[in-house]
Design a protein around this ligand. Structure first.
Ligand SMILES: Cc1ncc(COP(=O)(O)O)c(C=O)c1O
Length: 375
């Protein structure tokens, strides 16, 4: 039997393996020099002033919520069209998620819906760059400025994307990235927060290490044993060998994004005049990083199509069940169908097609032929 073509997959080569091996043979395998080197590489790549490396994208979002000062009673506006982690991070700090519906073409958070959901308890907005397309940061920044809110970008899908020429990582007050293997670059598990504000950077670093004011290496450098815990933090540290992998992967990111864009252009051209297959709309203001290539099936039954494609070796997926419809959210916050009708309607039709730099042209052709047969 032929192997299934996955919807996403990491690319690891000899240089990645050598980079990890080198660290494993060194003195530091965690909290060593590779962590700050990876942080610096991400600053250089994104143009952000500070970066804090952590153990996952989820940890990055939790750190951002802590630095934003989210507390019980605070409301945070978030899109429902995302992985649960974007919203769960609000809950970890005791905040209440308030779902703002998405735009029907792009499935990105609708700035007009955000504005409607603001109350005197609103503290922040979480914008998710769904599928790799930056949100309308111009509009969102304007709203946040007007109402004194923090803008947090969940760019777990969009490293290397641009909005009006500005790179993700610099478009909001804080930006979270993920380095899970299906993402653009991987560290196995891993994440990063980028920020321009030095006070936030210090709070994020402290939260990453149990709320302790210095880390092990800083104490070694000072020849001191003394430390104090000044806030309640977590162990969200990432290892040096993971960061070595991240540094090695990041060097290849521009080429990988070009390949993702090439694959998307091929899909776009094939589905252009097909009324049964509607790709998610791309704004002319952005450069898309294409973590996912998502289409809406306007005629075919999505669940049946999913089964047919999986049975024929195409590893399609569905991103996402709107967050407010998960049982935990329903029972905890009383959210129901009808809260975000645009996201709910899209959810019934969407399917994610294979999209990763290692996808071969013959595999792409096979995927396209099988998708077209559905309609
Ligand atoms: C939009 C979004 N936010 C957050 C996360 C969480 O990232 P991680 O898996 O690295 O914790 C993911 C991961 O799938 C994601 O897709």
């Amino acid at each position: 039997m032929n192997k299934t073509i996955p919807y996403g997959k990491q690319s690891i080569d000899r240089s990645d393996i050598d980079a990890v091996t080198e660290v494993l043979q060194s003195d530091f395998i965690t909290t060593g020099p590779k962590v700050s080197e990876f942080e610096k590489s991400i600053c250089d790549f994104t143009g952000a002033k500070f970066a804090v490396a952590v153990s996952s994208g989820t940890a990055a979002l939790h750190c951002a919520m802590f630095a934003a000062g989210i507390k019980p009673g605070d409301e945070v506006i978030v899109t429902p069209m995302t992985f649960v982690a974007s919203s769960n991070a609000i809950l970890y700090c005791g905040g209440t998620p308030v779902f703002a519906d998405v735009l029907p073409g792009s499935l990105l958070i609708d700035p007009a819906e955000v504005e409607k959901k603001i109350t005197e308890r609103t503290k922040a907005v979480v914008a998710v760059d769904y599928a790799g397309q930056p949100c309308d940061y111009g509009a969102l920044r304007g709203i946040c400025k007007k109402h004194g809110l923090l803008l947090i970008s969940d760019a777990c899908h969009s490293i290397g994307a641009k909005y009006k020429g500005g790179k993700t990582g610099t478009l909001a007050d804080m930006t979270a990235f993920s380095f899970h293997p299906v993402k653009h670059i991987t560290t196995g598990e891993g994440g990063m927060i980028t920020i321009d504000n030095p006070d936030f950077a210090a709070r994020l670093k402290m939260f990453r290490g149990h709320g302790i004011s210095t880390d092990y290496r800083q104490r070694e450098e000072k020849g001191s044993w003394f430390y104090e815990m000044v806030d309640l933090g977590y162990n969200y540290r990432i290892t040096d060998f993971q960061c070595a992998l991240g540094i090695s992967q990041l060097k290849k990111l521009p080429g990988w994004i070009s390949r993702r864009q090439e694959i998307a252009a091929k899909y776009d051209a094939e589905f252009k005049d097909n009324p049964s297959i509607i790709p998610i709309r791309k704004s002319p203001d952005i450069s898309h990083a294409y973590h996912l290539y998502v289409i809406k099936l306007e005629k075919a039954d999505r669940n049946q199509a999913f089964t047919e494609l999986r049975n024929s070796g195409i590893g399609v997926n569905v991103h996402y069940i709107p967050v407010h419809l998960h049982p935990y959210y329903k029972k905890t916050f009383g959210t129901t169908e009808g809260l975000c009708p645009v996201a709910e309607d899209a959810f019934r039709k969407i399917i994610s097609l294979p999209m990763f730099p290692g996808l071969k042209d013959e595999e792409l052709k096979t995927v396209i032929t099988k998708i077209k047969r559905l309609s």
